[in-house]
Write a protein that binds this ligand. Structure first.
Ligand SMILES: Nc1nc2c(c(=O)[nH]1)N[C@H]1C(S)=C(S)[C@@H](COP(=O)(O)O)O[C@H]1N2
Ligand SMILES: [Mo]
Length: 206
């Protein structure tokens, strides 16, 4: 059922859409784009499925490593969400398919000391967030976007998606999650991007 249609919201201009939690769909200072810009700091990496390992370690009772076959054999979910870049573009209705973050959290058996997470890319890009931000209904390890295998420039074949935070928290070319007791800044967080990155609070820079 389309809730928006039910309540007549389809008649509203897109920038005035209100979400079920009462907040504007478009965060302050953002504009909507229908294109999907590429934002990458590092050079686009190669991917080798035979060498790939997805690692989970740190404050967990059960650290583990998955091969590409094992990661892609995990149960899949499909979740549609909006994507907000700190440089002010937002792309609506991205249909993601991948492994729900709670598949990973459940297998890892987090210790009570796990309060923060560092997401790691095989390019050595990192980004940190609270466990509360990661452990959410809409967070997934994405393998597909709008029905296609995730394109290499967008982090394909595997990236993190954390829709409620600015997109620098959604690490492309994801190959690990490190659970931490104390917070530690990631790649952009060291260079002045906001540690929390809530688009509705405009937490852009330090
Ligand atoms: N590994 C890696 N992940 C990254 C980045 C990056 O430079 N390297 N850029 C981040 C930023 S700032 C944004 S806006 C999104 C952009 O994703 P896109 O290029 O698929 O639009 O990826 C995020 N994840
Ligand atoms: Mo970004």
């Amino acid at each position: 059922m389309n809730i928006g249609k039910l309540f007549g919201r389809h008649t509203d201009p897109v920038t005035h859409e209100v979400r079920t939690d009462g907040r504007d769909r478009l965060p302050p200072g953002q504009y909507q784009t229908r294109k999907w810009p590429v934002l990458t700091y590092e050079r686009m990496p190669n991917f080798d499925a035979t060498k790939y390992r997805f690692r989970v370690w740190g404050e967990v009772a059960h650290p583990f490593e998955l091969t590409w076959e094992e990661l892609t054999a995990l149960p899949r979910v499909q979740l549609t969400s909006d994507f907000h870049c700190v440089t002010t573009w937002s792309r609506y209705d991205n249909a993601w398919e991948g492994v729900h973050i709670r598949e990973i959290l459940r297998r890892a058996e987090l210790l009570p000391t796990a309060r923060y997470v560092m997401a790691h890319s095989w390019t050595s890009y990192t980004t940190n967030m609270s466990l509360a931000a990661l452990d959410d209904d809409d967070v997934l390890i994405a393998l597909k976007h709008d029905g296609q295998d995730l394109a290499p420039e967008h982090g394909g074949p595997v990236r993190l998606i954390v829709p409620k935070l600015y997109a620098y928290k959604s690490a492309k070319w994801l190959n690990g999650l490190e659970f931490m007791e104390k917070d530690r800044p990631g790649f952009w967080e060291i260079r002045g991007y906001n540690n929390n990155a809530d688009p509705w609070q405009e937490e852009r820079y330090w």
